[in-house]
Ligand binder design. Structure first.
Ligand SMILES: *Cc1c(COP(=O)(O)O)cnc(C)c1O
Length: 237
């Protein structure tokens, strides 16, 4: 944990940028592994709120119950079906995978007005991959307006999962296109401060290109396969 935080901060310093936020992607990791990581995080950075990323609503419900730790921030980074919006609006502090008007309306309708607004990122399919979720870059302005019109949602920025091309220069290109979209979006929306991009194998590259949040799973927890867990059934140690 400590080493990874150092590495991210070094990458930011070299690029002349503020240190990025870390999102620890804990999908398929059992509660014991997550609790250990949270302990290491608090030891390394007292005062920081550990942020955990999950892909599935049910798995998150089970993990939150098992951890029983109110001092965590939960982010949904996986695709969300509209019929799960009620659960997602209750379980998460952030939803990073918003990509269509129907989902905006469903999340806004279900967010408890007694709670802080749900933070949302627009997921952009920056490499136009047929297999990927996310809106097209051309859809960002209209979706941003739709979110801004919802008092129970707070538009915080953009998220992308660029194609995992072996050619790092081409990945850099995708990060640059995201940065340009982010800079275009910002002036109109005072709360927009987050560009979420970069994972275990390209976090430092993403930081160099302007990421303000990186989402790291494998580099923190080790391989997900090795643990043998299935989605939705976190094993007990
Ligand atoms: C799983 C996942 C990650 C983490 O990927 P690693 O390569 O394990 O760091 C990041 N973002 C999203 C959207 C994911 O689904």
């Amino acid at each position: 944990m400590h080493d990874l935080l150092q590495r991210l901060d070094n990458a930011a310093r070299q690029a002349g940028r503020p240190p990025p936020r870390l999102l620890a992607v804990s999908k398929f990791q059992d509660a014991t592994a997550v609790a250990e990581l949270v302990g290491a995080w608090r030891a390394a950075r007292p005062g920081e709120t550990p942020a955990l990323g999950e892909n599935y609503v049910q798995e998150t419900q089970a993990k939150q119950a098992a951890l029983g730790d109110p001092g965590l921030e939960w982010h949904l980074v996986g695709h969300l079906q509209s019929n799960k919006a009620r659960e997602a609006a209750a379980l998460f502090d952030w939803v990073q995978s918003v990509d269509r008007p129907k989902l905006v309306a469903a999340l806004a309708a279900h967010r408890d007005p007694e709670r802080a607004p749900l933070n949302v990122l627009l997921q952009v399919n920056i490499d136009d991959e047929a297999s990927k979720h996310g809106c097209g870059p051309e859809d960002v302005p209209a979706l941003a307006d739709a979110i801004a019109a919802q008092p129970r949602l707070a538009l915080r920025g953009l998220m992308a999962i660029p194609a995992p091309l072996p050619d790092l220069e081409r990945r850099r290109e995708a990060f640059r296109r995201m940065r340009a979209l982010f800079e275009q979006l910002r002036p109109g929306y005072p709360q927009v401060d987050t560009l979420s991009m970069g994972m275990s194998d390209d976090a430092t590259l993403a930081i160099a290109e302007g990421a303000t949040m990186v989402r790291v799973g494998t580099a923190l927890f080790g391989s997900r396969e090795r643990k043998g867990g299935r989605p939705g059934t976190p094993s007990t140690s």
